[in-house]
Design a protein around this ligand. Sequence first.
Ligand code: KG4
Ligand code: ZN
Length: 339
Amino acid sequence: MPVTILAIESSCDETSASVCVDGAILSNFIANQTVHETFGGVVPELASRAHMQNIVPVVDTALQKAFPEIPTSAERLQKLDAIAFTQAPGLIGSLLVGAQFAKSLALSLQKPLIAVHHMQAHVLANLIPEHRPSFPFLCLTVSGGHTQIVLANSPTNLQIIGETIDDAAGEAFDKSAKLLGLPYPGGPLIDKYAKEGNPLAFKFAEPQIPELNFSFSGLKTSILYFLQKQEPGFIEANLNDLCASVQHAIVTILIKKLQKAVVQTGVKQVCIAGGVSANSGLRNALVEADKKYKWEPFVPPFEYCTDNAGMIAITAYYQYLAGQFTSLDASPSARAVWA
Ligand code: KG4
Ligand code: ZN
C-alpha cells in the first residue's frame, strides 16, 4: 500500500502544506505573508495571526492539487496515512498554529502524527528532485537563521559537523544590504546588483575560524568601517561593485569550509539548502567547485530551497518508514535539540 502524508510547515512567515505519496511530492502549496514588508523584518505576532487565517485554505489547496479527481475535502482527507508538522525550530507562535492544526486533524482522522525538525527537513529537501544524492552526502544549509554543514549518513542519521558561531549567512547578506541602504530582506537584492558588478573591486576581512565553523560578524564590521571612510555618494556610485564584492566575500567563506569538509570526510556529493541557496553566486561557485575540486554538486529547485512543506513531507515519509511517530501531547519548540 502506498504511504500518503500531509505535511504542514509554519515555522516562520510562510504557511505551507504538501502531500507526498511514497516520497513523491504531489503538491507543495506556499502562502507568503506580505504583512511584514513595511516593518523591515518578520513580526512574530502578525506571523501567527496570518498563519491562522491561511492554514485552512492552504491545506485545502494542497489536498485539491494532490487529488484533483476526488470531489470533496472530506474524501481527500480519507486518503491520508499520517499528518506531519514542523515541530522546531522557529517562532513559537507560528509553530503552535501548525502543530495544533496537525494534531487536531490527526485526532479527528485517527491517523498517526509525525513531528519534523525544520533544519533536518532543509537537508532532506535534496531527496525530492529526480537528480538526487545517495548517502552519505554533505549539505550546506544556509538560511536567515542558520548556517550549518551537515553530514547526512541516512535519512534518520544527520550529523552537524560545522556551524556559525555568530550570524547566519542570510543575516550577513541582509545586514550588509542594510549598510548599503537596501530594504529587508536584502539578500536577493545583493544578488541582483552583484550580477552587474566586479566581485574583486573591494576586499573585506576574512574570518579565521577553526574547524568547520563559520563567523560572519567580522565581515559586517569590516564593511561598516570601510563605508564610514568613504565620501558621501560613494555607495550609490559603486552599488553594483559593492554588492558583488560582499557576495564574493560570503560565498568564498562558505565554499572554503565546504571544501574543508569534503577533505575531512572524503564525501564528494555536496548539496545546498535554505533561502541563501537561491543565491546565484553560491550556485555558480558550486558548479565551479565541481570542475575545480571534483565535487558532485546537487542544487534543489528554488521552491524546495526556501521554507516549504514539501521538505517536511519527504522527511516525514522517511520517519514513517522508520516508525518514528509522535504523541498528541508533543509541543513545538522555538529552539530544538538536533535528534
Ligand atoms: O530559509 P529562508 O527562506 O528562511 C529562513 O531564514 O528560515 O532564508 C531567508 C534568507 C534571508 O536572509 C534572505 O535574504 C536570504 O535567505 N536569501 C538570499 C537570496 N534569497 C534569499 N540571500 C542571498 N541571495 C539570494 N538570492
Ligand atoms: Zn528554513
